[in-house]
Design a protein around this ligand. Structure first.
Ligand code: AMP
Length: 483
C-alpha cells in the first residue's frame, strides 16, 4: 500500500485542504489534486547502506530520499534523486524535518556518560569530542578528551541563556549548537582543549532482517569462520552473509528444540528491533541442523566479559550501572511488546563494540525439548534466576523476568559471581521460599541494592515493571554519579 504521499511532512495523516472552487472531496480529480498538493515525506540517510538483495536500494549518508511506502515498520520503499526506487531499513534514515543534530558526526544521541568516556578513551586523540543527550531531558552534554595533565574525559553541560542562545562559557554564546561547536573548533574558549575531531566509522545499527521481508537465509550465502562459543543448543560460529555483513550463526543441535514451532516464531522475532536486543536476522530452516542467524557481538557473553574485566570494572560502578540500564531498556521494549524472556541472566546477554550491552535468546526457552532445562526440577533449569511462582507453578510473566533481572543486576555488580555460591538447587529453593535473598555485593551503592530487592518481592504484583525500573535506575545514576 502506498501511503506516504497522503501524509504531511510530520508523518501524520493529513486532512485534505480544499481551496475555493476545488473539486468535490473524494472524486478522482480531488484525489489527484490532493496528491500534488501534499508534500511527500523526505528522509535523510544517517548511515551508508549497501543494497544486496534485488528490490533494495543503497543509501548514501546525508543524501535525501523521498518515501514512497512506509506502511511497514522496518523496511520502507524510497526513491533516490536519480529516480531509483527500492527498500531501505527505516532505522537508517530520519525524516528531514526532524533530523536536528543527527546529521552531525559528533552527535551520539543517548549515549551515557560512561560509554562516551570509553569511546573517547579508546580513540585516544587530544580534542576528540562528542555531544550527547544529557540525562536531564532536553539538555545536551559535550564530552571532551584531553591528555593534559593526564588522559581523561571532561563533561560540559551545554546551557542556554535568557535569549535562548547556547553556551559552554557565558562569554561565547551562539544561536545554535552546531554554531557553538564550530566556534569551539577554532577557540578553546575556556574548555580543556579546542574541539578537534570526533570518532568516525561508528558502527551502523543492525537491520530487522537482512532485507525487506526476508527471514529465510540461504546457507550457501553464509561464510562460516571461527567458533565463538557453545551453549545449550550447540556451537555458535562467526560468519559473513554474502561476504559483507558480520553475523553469528547458532547451529542448533538436532533434537534440542521443537524446530517447526520455532521457525514460525522466528518470523515474528526478526521484527523485534531495539538497540539493546541482539537482532535476529533469520534462520536457515531448509537443512538440518537449522541455523539461527543473529547480529554479531564482538565481545561475546556479558558473563565472561564481567569476569575477564573484573579488575577495571569493579572500580567503575557507573559503568556497571550503565550496563544494567541498557539491559533494562531492552527488557522494557520486550515488556511493551508482551514478550517474556524466560531465561534472563548475564550468560544470555552479549557485549558489542562501544560497550553496548544487548539481551539475547529471548523467548527461545519455549522451544527447548530437554526436560532437564524446561522443568523446574531439572538439573539445567535456571533455578537461581527463578522467583517463587516459577519454582512452585512454572508461572512465567514479565514479573518473573523482573526477578531474574534483579539476579542479573547482582551478577553485574559482583562482576560475574555465581548467585548463591555453591549452594545446591534444592537449598536455593528453600531459601527463596523462606524469603532469604542475595546479599549486597561488595562496594555496591545502597540505592542500587534497594532496586535489586524490589525485583525480589515475593509477590509478582509488588515488583516494578521494566518501564518503571528504567526510570528508577536513571534517577539513581543521576543521584550518585555526575552526568
Ligand atoms: P549461546 O548458545 O547463546 O549460549 O552462545 C554460546 C556462546 O557463543 C556465548 O556464550 C557467546 O560467547 C557466543 N555467542 C553467542 N551468540 C553470539 C553473538 N551473537 N555474537 C558473538 N558471540 C556470540
Amino acid at each position: 500500500m502506498l501511503v506516504s504521499v497522503f501524509r504531511n511532512s510530520t508523518g501524520a495523516q493529513s486532512s485534505p485542504i480544499m481551496p475555493g472552487g476545488g473539486a468535490t472531496p473524494g472524486t478522482p480529480s480531488a484525489k489527484l489534486k490532493e496528491k500534488s498538493m501534499i508534500r511527500p515525506k523526505v528522509v535523510v540517510a544517517l548511515y551508508n547502506y549497501k543494497a544486496i538483495e534485488t528490490g533494495d536500494l543503497s543509501l548514501e549518508k546525508n543524501a535525501e530520499y523521498e518515501v514512497i511506502d512506509d506502511s511497514q515498520e522496518h523496511w520502507w520503499k524510497v526513491r533516490d534523486n536519480h529516480g531509483n526506487t527500492g527498500f531501505i531499513p527505516s532505522n537508517y534514515v530520519k525524516e528531514k524535518e526532524l533530523i536536528g543534530l543527527q546529521q552531525y558526526e559528533w552527535y551520539v544521541h543517548d549515549m551515557s556518560r560512561q560509554r562516551s568516556e570509553s569511546l573517547l578513551k579508546h580513540e585516544d586523540k587530544e580534542g576528540c569530542f562528542v555531544v550527547r543527550n544529557s540525562s536531564t531531558k532536553g539538555l545536551y552534554t559535550l564530552s571532551l578528551y584531553t591528555k593534559v595533565p593526564h588522559p581523561h574525559v571532561k563533561h560540559y553541560h551545554i546551557k542556554q541563556n535568557s535569549r535562548a542562545e547556547f553556551y559552554l562559557s557565558e562569554k561565547h554564546c551562539c544561536s545554535s549548537i552546531p554554531d557553538l561547536i564550530n566556534y569551539h573548533k577554532h577557540n578553546s574558549g575556556g574548555l580543556a582543549s579546542r574541539l578537534k575531531t570526533s570518532p568516525c566509522d561508528r558502527p551502523a545499527p543492525a537491520t530487522a532482517g537482512l532485507s525487506h521481508d526476508k527471514w529465510e537465509i540461504d546457507p550457501h550465502e553464509l561464510m562460516l569462520h571461527d567458533e565463538l562459543g557453545s551453549g545449550q543448543f550447540g556451537v555458535v560460529r562467526r560468519g559473513k552473509w554474502r561476504g559483507s555483513i558480520d553475523v553469528a550463526v547458532k547451529m542448533m543441535k538436532e533434537g534440542t528444540m521443537s524446530e517447526d514451532d520455532f521457525i514460525e516464531e522466528a518470523k515474528v522475532m526478526t521484527k523485534l528491533q531495539h538497540t539493546n536486543l541482539v537482532q535476529l536476522y533469520g534462520v536457515c530452516s531448509k537443512n538440518r541442523p537449522i541455523f539461527i542467524v543473529t547480529e554479531y557481538m564482538r565481545h561475546g557473553s556479558l558473563l565472561n566479559y564481567l569476569r575477564k574485566h573484573e579488575q577495571s570494572l569493579s572500580s567503575n560502578q557507573g559503568l556497571l550501572l550503565d550496563m544494567c540500564i541498557q539491559i533494562c531498556k531492552g527488557m522494557a521494549y520486550l515488556e511493551r511488546h508482551n514478550y517474556i524472556h524466560r531465561d534472563l541472566a548475564a550468560r544470555n546477554c552479549l557485549v558489542g563494540s562501544e560497550n553496548i550491552v544487548k539481551v539475547a535468546d529471548f523467548g527461545l526457552a519455549r522451544y527447548v525439548l530437554d526436560d532437564q532445562y524446561t522443568s523446574s526440577g531439572g538439573t539445567k533449569f535456571p533455578i537461581k534466576w527463578a522467583p517463587p511462582e516459577v519454582l512452585n507453578y512454572t508461572r512465567f510473566s514479565s514479573k518473573s523476568d523482573i526477578w531474574a533481572y534483579g539476579v542479573l543486576m547482582w551478577e553485574v555488580f559482583t562482576c560475574g559471581k555465581m548467585p548463591y555460591g555453591r549452594l545446591k538447587n534444592t537449598e536455593v529453593v528453600e531459601r527463596v521460599q523462606k524469603g532469604i535473598i542475595l546479599e549486597k555485593p561488595k562496594g555496591c551503592y545502597k540505592e542500587v541494592f534497594d532496586i535489586m530487592r524490589k525485583c525480589w518481592s515475593p509477590s509478582p504484583e509488588q515488583r516494578p515493571s521494566f518501564r518503571n525500573l528504567k526510570d528508577q535506575l536513571v534517577n539513581v545514576s543521576q543521584g550518585i554519579l555526575v552526568d
